[in-house]
Ligand binder design. Structure first.
Ligand SMILES: *Cc1c(COP(=O)(O)O)cnc(C)c1O
Length: 223
């Protein structure tokens, strides 16, 4: 069930702060997405390739689909024809595969690099060293990858009640974002997305410089 009031207030709040809201609809039915679409939402986020590939043809074509989950290289082909932004690139191999599949559709696919700052072992993503390695490889081979654009970073904070730790981790993500933006000239023109903040911590994320928040349960209810 869509909480229209909460969506409207988060939408107003994020719009006022020039932050993009992505409504995370994973595990929610097409009818819920339609309901929010009718209210005016156009950015939706999904975590599972099969689920997204099934929902997309049933919904309006002007929806911007954000793929926010962990993506395996062999599944890129199922979403390459329509995905708007892939949030969780964590290897050069995946970047190459996205470029390859995007070229088959004559598209340029925008992506974010997923950073790992949280304490949990289970969260995917690049640490400082791997981030630099990936960016160096990309810089060296950019001419061969015209169908993929690195537009920023995405990160998640540790799942904890300690909001000072959450704030510290968001600050770390933002610092890594700024480092890449300042260090790699080739991406300067479009490297401007810092995707961080979910239902429980998006206000802190915005205070720490988020430009895109991904919010599911506050809008669609518990999963
Ligand atoms: C599920 C999910 C969200 C949304 O989480 P909520 O707590 O429901 O707002 C955001 N980002 C990612 C990567 C997710 O997997």
């Amino acid at each position: 069930m869509v909480d229209a009031g909460t969506w409207r207030s988060i939408k107003d709040e994020t719009t006022a702060q020039k932050v993009t809201l992505v409504a995370v609809s994973k595990k929610k039915p097409v009818s819920d997405i339609k309901e929010l679409y009718e209210l005016g939402e156009r950015n939706f986020g999904e975590n599972y390739v099969q689920e997204l590939a099934e929902k997309q043809p049933l919904l309006p074509a002007d929806i911007h689909w954000h793929y926010i989950g962990h993506l395996q290289s062999n599944k890129v082909k199922y979403i390459a024809g329509f995905v708007h932004l892939i949030h969780a690139v964590d290897s050069f191999k995946l970047l190459q595969e996205i470029n390859k599949q995007a070229s088959k559709h004559n598209r340029v696919i925008d992506v974010l690099l997923q950073l790992h700052v949280a304490e949990e072992e289970t969260k995917h993503g690049l640490d400082n060293k791997k981030l630099v390695e990936l960016m160096d490889m990309h810089e060296a081979q950019k001419a061969e990858m015209p169908n993929v654009r690195i537009c920023g970073v995405m990160g998640m904070a540790t799942f904890t009640d300690d909001m000072e730790q959450v704030r510290k981790e968001f600050r770390q993500i933002k610092n890594m974002f700024t480092f890449v933006k300042d260090s790699y000239f080739i991406t300067k023109d479009y490297f401007n997305i810092c995707s961080m903040g979910m239902s429980g911590d998006y206000k802190i994320a915005i205070e720490e410089g988020s430009t895109m928040v991904r919010i599911g349960s506050s809008i669609f209810g518990e999963r």
